[in-house]
Design a protein. Structure first.
Lengths: 363, 518
């Protein structure tokens, strides 16, 4: 157990924007919610999964909806009091701790605010090790944990409780509710026991985010080679460096489908990279050859500051570095690939781990 | 013949130019910027008019780009006490207004913050009806404690009815004279950044008034009485002076924009790269359709995050005063520089420091100072140093270019003589006359604009209809700001689908620009 203070939150937010792989929403608003909450209620207790009693009730907290809506319609802050009361009523048990559903973007921060406000511990684990767009895209789902009962709460005080036959149905119904309730809502789902968190969660992810955030912050202060530090910490690969020359987007079914073209600079002169993104970056190809694909992490960062760039702020002329980071091994199982592999997102390619692709590039 | 005066207040110099109908510069001057700002403005105005032999009535427009507002925020001086209203309760309570402001600025600006029920959803539906009673209570509580009011309602860029109603109530209770800033009038989606801008704008009202009246008075003192008076905005367009009192925040950081616009005009290029070489650093910017390409990074003003757009600039540690160090066969240039002390410290001016300017003189690129004082530098060394400098320029230009195709490069700024005559990737190199007063010229030739940003649901109207609607509103806004209707053009269209959201909602941003009505 350790306490998270303002400095830790700043670092985690920065790390989370890298793990967001372009999606997950800008953590800035989530960070301010977390800061607002700990200034009011004091620092948050971060506990590792091994510290949890096996039978304790652990409940994820997250935001669902459009990131652009949450930056305008800031939440009320009381949503999870309503949400957890709903769950406790059904499950007949007190919530012991909260846990993030994803480590990337705004949803890495919401559980910190919730833990501070409710005075409960925050578990140092998540269900993605990055950001993904749909509710069934969690390691909890891979291990057969049901999303239901799921609670959806808006800032107005409306509370919807879903009991669905599959986790995919939870995703579909919840998304419709989200729009009706104002396009940015708070959700709680995949209630688990401490035992289940130990087995299915991705342990240590908040601490990992914090390390990444520290490395990026230091990049702005020191003149050492900060990219090397970042690659060391993440076991990542530098895939490319260049400037964005084209960004095209269209929408279908509520998801951005876009392509970002980058033309090479410095040691990558005369080369080009294309990144296919939906809300997150999904496939990176260099001169027509795939060099990384989902579920591995493809991160675009600013060349000078190393600050991660979200898909919504991809702009012509921006100078960037592209990183590839191996995903957690849970995603590399057949069910994992089926749930979040390239084909699920509509790309007709087989998933190959980034380590192998990198070895091929070098060889 | 009619004339326009353009004045630009920079960190070091205050520049003024007078241009005629055809856009030709007929007079120009550079004066040192003074700490009170007006000293420099008065001197520049007086100096430039002295050079001019025309009737004062022939001066029909006067434009000022100034740092008054920026200085006030940075130094925390002359700021008003602001009553802050956020409409949207129960939404918005999770983050207090001004949460990430520097503490001393919060203390200076506001201790009166109220959350009021109301606000809108992304589709324009009310979150809750506006709680007028709570608003009235808030304004009553502010009586005698605030000098201005800032109102920010959730999704006011989509529907501003609640902000408008709040303004009416503020005037009813706090009096007609109280300055009220409504957030939807100055910034776009992003509640906290828009609210920050609204609060700063309200706090700047007194400074804005002083600036506007001061400029008018300075003109009158010089006998310029019939000119229409404008202030420059950060997007390269103008606001008339009455408008500028209500929206001072929009004048923040107009300098770099004026410089790029001036360079575009001087060179006649609508699409080009601009390299502005100063004493210590150089900036590379991009002209697109005559306007600077904007940066996508959130801009901080005095430690406060806003969503204003600033020109996208790439800075290099190379200027006329950059130190050149020779270590055996290894030559390095910058980033250290003698800066403004160049006229004492450079070798050609009798100093003892080897600078980039000395290298340019040795190679015959520039004719400055006493060239005999650099004759001892081996030609090989000078060439090597120049190669290092050109490499820096080359990299900076490469990083700003969007395609491999060569584009024109416009060179401005006092240090631009360092740059040689061929650069890979530049189709041509233009060195316009009067390049040292590009900023003030940018002010003199500025146009007026109208801008809107809305979220449209493409389930209820077609994309084309939505675009057309947005373009019409932007055009109307430009005409309202003083543009001649037949000259208005749409210069920017941005269309971003809302992520993670079915219902085909899209955010459309349109900017229209036109020439001032004669």
């Amino acid at each position: 157990m350790r306490l998270l203070d303002e400095q830790a939150i700043e670092h985690i937010a920065l790390g989370a924007s890298l793990l967001g792989t372009g999606g997950g929403g800008d953590p800035h608003v989530g960070k301010l919610m977390a800061l607002n909450a700990i200034r009011k209620h004091g620092p948050v207790k971060l506990v590792s999964p091994s510290e949890l009693p096996d039978d304790a009730l652990i409940v994820p907290s997250a935001m669902m909806g459009a990131p652009i809506v949450i930056i305008e319609k800031i939440p009320n802050g009381q949503e999870f009091i309503t949400a957890f009361q709903g769950l406790e009523g059904i499950l007949n048990k007190k919530v012991y701790a909260t846990i993030p559903i994803e480590a990337g973007g705004v949803n890495s921060m919401i559980p910190i605010a919730v833990a501070a406000q409710l005075g409960i511990p925050l578990v140092d684990a998540d269900g993605m090790g990055r950001a993904f767009p749909e509710l069934q895209m969690v390691t909890y789902h891979l291990d057969g944990i049901p999303a239901s009962p799921m609670v959806i709460v808006d800032e107005k005080g409306n509370r919807v409780i879903l009991n669905t036959i599959t986790n995919n149905w939870a995703e579909e119904i919840a998304r419709v509710c989200t729009v009706t309730m104002g396009a940015s809502v708070m959700i709680s789902l995949y209630s688990m026991t401490g035992r289940q968190v130990k087995d299915s969660g991705i342990s240590g992810i908040m601490t990992f985010s914090e390390l990444i955030g520290k490395a990026i912050t230091n990049a702005r202060k020191t003149n050492t080679d900060p990219l090397e530090d970042l690659l060391d910490i993440t076991k990542g690969y530098k895939l490319f460096q260049g400037k964005i020359t084209d960004v095209s987007r269209n929408i279908s079914g509520g998801f951005n489908r876009g392509l970002c073209a980058i033309s090479g600079l410095d040691e990558y002169t005369e080369q080009s990279m294309e990144i296919a993104f939906q809300n997150e970056n999904l496939i990176a190809s260099k001169d027509g050859t795939v060099v990384a694909s989902v579920p591995d992490l493809i991160c675009i960062i600013d060349v000078d500051t190393l600050i991660p760039v979200t898909t919504e702020t991809l702009k012509f002329g921006r100078r960037v570095v592209v990183l590839g980071i191996p995903c957690v091994s849970k995603w590399r199982t057949p069910k994992g690939i089926e749930t979040v592999g390239p084909r699920y997102f509509g790309y007709d390619i087989d998933y190959t781990p980034i380590e192998k692709l990198a070895a091929k590039q070098e060889g | 013949m009619e004339y326009r005066i353009g004045i630009d207040v920079g960190g070091t110099n205050t520049d003024a130019v007078v241009v005629d109908n055809s856009g030709a510069i007929v007079a120009s001057i550079k004066c040192p910027t003074t700490t009170d700002v007006f000293g420099g403005i008065n001197a520049a105005l007086h100096g430039v008019l002295e050079q001019l032999n025309v009737k004062k009535e022939a001066i029909t427009y006067a434009m000022l780009g100034t740092t008054h507002s920026t200085n006030a925020i940075v130094t925390r001086k002359d700021l008003l006490k602001v009553g802050v209203i956020r409409i949207g309760k129960p939404a918005g309570m999770a983050i207090q207004p001004m949460i990430d402001w520097p503490g001393d600025l919060v203390t200076t600006v506001s201790n009166q913050v109220f959350h009021v029920a109301g606000g809108h959803e992304f589709n324009g539906k009310e979150i809750f009806p506006l709680d007028e009673e709570a608003l009235k209570e808030a304004f009553k509580a502010m009586k005698g404690r605030v000098e201005a009011v800032a109102v920010t309602s959730i999704f006011s860029p989509v529907s501003f009815a609640h902000e408008d109603r709040a303004a009416a109530l503020a005037h009813e209770i706090l009096g007609d004279q109280i300055p009220v800033t409504l957030s939807h009038e100055i910034a776009s989606i992003g509640l906290l950044e828009r609210e920050n801008a609204a609060i700063l704008n309200a706090a700047l009202n007194k400074v804005a008034r002083t600036t506007a009246l001061g400029f008018k008075k300075a003109l009158e003192n010089e006998g310029v009485r019939s000119a229409k008076v404008y202030l420059c905005q950060n997007d390269g367009t103008l606001m008339n002076i009455d408008y500028s009192i209500d929206y001072p925040i929009l004048t923040i950081a107009c300098g770099p924009t004026n410089s790029i616009r001036g360079a575009s005009f001087l060179s006649g290029c609508d699409n080009a790269l601009v390299l502005d070489v100063g004493g210590t650093t150089s900036d590379v910017g991009v002209i697109r359709q005559g306007f600077p390409r904007e940066s996508s990074i959130a801009v901080e003003i005095g430690g406060v995050r806003t969503n204003f757009r600033m020109p996208d600039l790439h800075s290099l540690g190379l200027g006329g005063g950059s130190l050149v160090k020779v270590n055996g066969s290894h030559v390095s240039v910058g980033p250290e520089s003698v800066g403004y002390r160049i006229t004492e410290e450079a070798l050609v001016f009798g100093g003892s420091t080897l600078t980039a300017t000395d290298i340019a003189v040795r190679l015959g690129l520039a004719d400055l100072g006493d060239s005999s004082k650099v004759a001892h530098i081996p030609m090989e060394t000078a060439k090597e140093a120049h190669t290092v400098m050109m490499d820096m320029v080359q990299k900076g230009i490469d990083s700003m270019k969007l395609t491999k195709d060569p584009v024109p490069l416009v060179l401005v700024g006092g240090g631009s003589l360092l740059v040689g005559n061929t650069i890979e990737g530049a189709s041509e190199i233009l060195r316009p006359e009067n390049f040292s007063v590009a900023n003030a010229l940018g002010a003199a030739i500025a146009q007026v604009s109208g801008q809107i940003e809305r979220v449209y649901s493409l389930d209820s109207i077609s994309r084309e209809k939505a675009m057309e609607d947005a373009k019409n509103i932007a055009t109307e806004e430009a005409v309202k700001a003083g543009a001649a209707p037949e000259t208005v053009q749409i210069v920017e269209v941005d269309d971003i689908p809302l992520a993670y959201l079915p219902g085909n909602a899209t955010r459309i941003r349109v900017k229209a620009v036109g020439d001032l009505k004669r």
